[in-house]
Design a protein around this ligand. Structure first.
Ligand code: FAD
Length: 670
């Protein structure tokens, strides 16, 4: 093993797929000492997952790269349903919007995983000194239980080994071949597919056999995160398992430029044939179209053996699609990518070891690709986890907040599997011939389920349960209970919805979510109501005085050397009119003064008519009465923690006191 002194770091991430990259990005923004390794020598370039939920785009926007994804991606606006009619002839039976209108300021789009990973890599490079160490994998893990309770200690030891170039390069990558039919195939995704047997053990053996001292390193970490996909090595070290169905389904995925007379090829379509199965059509960027076909179900095999995949070829997938689409024609000369994809519906029994080792993404949940959830839910796992780890490492918060990772995300994974089960049965079943055909699937039921599932699939339905971080209305959080009637459009546990408001100082319209970038800060959103009303102004003034006091909770929980808004930022949205209010008349707590930078003009906003973009009607949409007001505490990941009286300082302080640490020492100023 390693001879050099160990490297002491805060966080070690195994795996640089969507989950690992999201985490590295978050931790980098928060200044946490992080390393991220991946056994593969290069990133992926095409294929794999491609669907981006609107919630994922909101998250990308909070990191500053949603606009790029939005521009490059294909936008999916409509879903069409195709089914056999009474004569068995395929016809369009319905259309619905792909994204429920009004649910988000973004709509669902598709863009391949390689581009998404690239956005993260660029963002990580721009905002931190973290870089993905490729061709590196962990070979040994040990955990010192005695150190688990002290969050400043390093209970985790991991040996890392660097692979040779050939070992790190997956076979079959970028093979360019022309098949017997003259169709061109650029690359297949089998090398990274779980249909190919996992090669981690072989890689470890090869690296250990070579045993070159300069390629072995011991790392000591406070936290270890397994973002290493469905075969997760980290999960195996912990002895945790995925639980669920024992059946795996084999999916064929084909990315082609289609040559066809099928009229809806540029729409997302769910097509059921009378007796040849079903296909999902996903129109993509660069003239591509993706076809998803469920080819077969297998009993799940244990011990790493996998179903025979030799028969899965682009031709087989194409021929299935041709049979389903009959009498329409479908062919191609250009195929960008294809794969066979074997998947069951399973969830990890545990997501964490003592809140020091965590699992995220495919390492703890697997399910069918139909609803386009895999990549999204995986990234959202680590979006949930990143800021919590950062706050514990920096000493802002008690380690207890980390327990909410499992309570919040395991529930999401279970919901996802439940959704996938329901959806799979409806998608893969044969259409019912009539109402007496009990084995068949009613197409009305399918469409209804699809519409209902759409909110879930958008990612905006996520609703975290009560905890020290979420003070629900019914269950108490250390006696703190949200008052939902004060803001009926703001749901505690869900992400803060976004409407347009204007900057008080320069009249520029902003979507409220744009004011909540992922910087690691908590936000206190104060909606005082109409400040021309003397009583409202008085209440607002009293709150300002308390928040601005030397011993306010904001001061107590912020390291003395840091700006006052660096841990908890106060943002105000008053009810207008803008021109009746002067920023300088408002208490300084709402627009802090800095000796070098002057007043902060980016903290006070108004719900008013803009010059060019209409009126956001934020108070009406948040369900806040301008004559009464409300305050909202929003987590660093934009989820709502608490809704209460606008000036209830004591409850705000009580909420934060439940898990935040007084900043008297210099711990977090390093
Ligand atoms: P992954 O993306 O699997 O990333 C894991 C990373 O960890 C990889 O880079 C891997 O090299 C690395 N790694 C693994 N083991 C080790 C180790 N021991 N040491 C170091 N590094 C390691 N989802 C959809 O929504 N739609 C799709 O069409 C779709 N198609 C897919 C096709 C294929 C072939 C595959 C494999 C997956 C597909 N998915 C699809 C699923 C989607 O890609 C995943 O849900 C998503 O990538 C999960 O992200 P992740 O970061 O958790 O894991």
């Amino acid at each position: 093993s390693a001879t050099a002194a160990p490297d002491y770091i805060d966080v070690l991430i195994i795996g640089a797929g969507p989950a690992g990259l999201m985490l590295a990005n978050w931790l980098g923004r928060c200044g946490v000492k992080t390393r991220i390794v991946d056994k593969r020598g290069s990133k992926i370039y095409n294929g794999q997952a491609d669907g981006l939920q609107c919630r994922t785009l909101e998250i990308f926007d909070s990191f500053g790269f949603a606009d790029q994804a939005w521009k490059e991606s294909n936008h999916m606006l409509e879903i069409c349903f195709w089914n056999p009619d009474e004569q068995g002839r395929l016809r369009r039976s319905g259309r619905i919007p792909d994204t429920i209108p009004g649910i988000s300021r973004f709509q669902q789009v598709v863009l391949h995983q390689g581009r998404i990973e690239r956005f993260f890599l660029d963002s990580i490079k721009e905002h931190s000194d973290i870089s993905v160490e490729r061709g590196v994998l962990p070979t040994e893990f040990s955990f010192d239980d005695a150190k688990a309770a002290d969050f400043e200690d390093y209970p985790i030891s991991v040996t890392l080994r660097t692979l040779s170039e050939e070992e790190a390069a997956p076979p079959q990558q970028q093979q360019h071949h022309r098949s017997s039919t003259g169709r061109e195939t650029v690359s297949d995704g089998l090398f990274r597919s779980n249909l190919a047997a996992d090669d981690t053990n072989e890689l470890i053996q090869a690296a250990e056999k070579r045993n070159r001292v300069d390629q072995v390193e011991l790392v000591k970490a406070k936290f270890l995160i397994g973002c290493d996909g469905a075969h997760s090595w980290v999960r195996r070290q912990l002895g945790y398992v995925l639980e669920g169905d024992s059946t795996d389904y084999i999916w064929g995925v084909l990315d082609i430029i289609p040559i066809t007379d099928f009229p809806d090829i540029r729409q997302r379509c769910a097509i059921h044939s009378a007796s040849h199965g079903s296909v999902m059509v996903i129109p993509r960027e660069n003239k591509l179209v993706r076809l998803y076909i469920q080819l077969q179900a297998t009993e799940h095999e244990t011990g790493g053996r996998k179903a025979d995949r030799s028969w899965i070829t682009p031709e087989v997938i194409l021929q299935s699609a041709q049979r389903i689409l009959h009498p329409y024609k479908l062919d191609y000369t250009y195929c960008d990518w294809w794969t066979g994809y074997q998947i069951g519906q399973r969830v990890g029994n545990e997501f964490s070891l003592k809140e020091r080792v965590f699992l995220a993404g495919d390492a703890v949940h697997t399910h069918s690709p139909k609803a386009g959830q895999g990549m999204n839910v995986s990234m959202q796992d680590t979006y949930n986890l990143g800021w919590k780890i950062a706050h514990v490492v920096k000493g802002y918060s008690d380690g207890s907040i980390l327990k909410t990772y499992q309570t919040e995300r395991r529930q999401i994974a279970l919901d996802l599997i439940e959704f996938d089960h329901r959806f799979s049965r409806l998608f893969s079943g044969r259409p019912a011939k009539d109402i007496l055909d009990e084995e068949g699937v009613s197409m009305e039921e399918f469409q209804a389920a699809f519409e209902k599932g759409n909110e879930f699939a958008s990612g905006t339905a996520v609703d975290y349960g009560p905890s020290i971080l979420v003070a629900k209305t019914d269950k108490s959080h250390e006696n703190i209970v949200s008052k939902s009637n004060l803001a009926t459009g703001v749901l505690v546990g869900k992400r803060m919805p976004s409407f347009k408001v204007l900057n008080q100082s320069d009249a520029r319209p902003w979507h409220l979510q744009e004011l909540l970038p992922s910087t690691g800060r908590w936000r206190l959103l104060v909606f005082p109501g109409d400040l021309t009303n003397p009583e409202t102004k008085q209440r607002f003034g009293n709150l300002g005085e308390k928040l601005g006091a030397r011993d306010s909770f904001i001061r107590r929980f912020t390291p003395p050397s840091q700006p006052v808004d660096s841990v908890i930022e106060v943002l105000t949205v008053h009810a207008g009119p803008r021109i009746s209010i002067e920023l300088q008349d408002l208490p300084a707590a709402f627009h802090p003064y800095d000796e070098k930078l002057g007043w902060d003009y980016w903290k006070v906003f108004v719900d008013d008519q803009s010059y060019h973009e209409g009126h956001g009607q934020a108070y009406a949409k948040y369900g806040i009465n301008p004559a009464h007001g409300a305050s909202v505490i929003v987590r660093p990941d934009q989820y709502v923690s608490w809704v209460g009286e606008m000036d209830n300082y004591e409850e705000m302080a009580g909420f934060f006191s439940g898990f935040m640490k007084e900043q008297t020492n210099t711990k977090s100023e390093e």
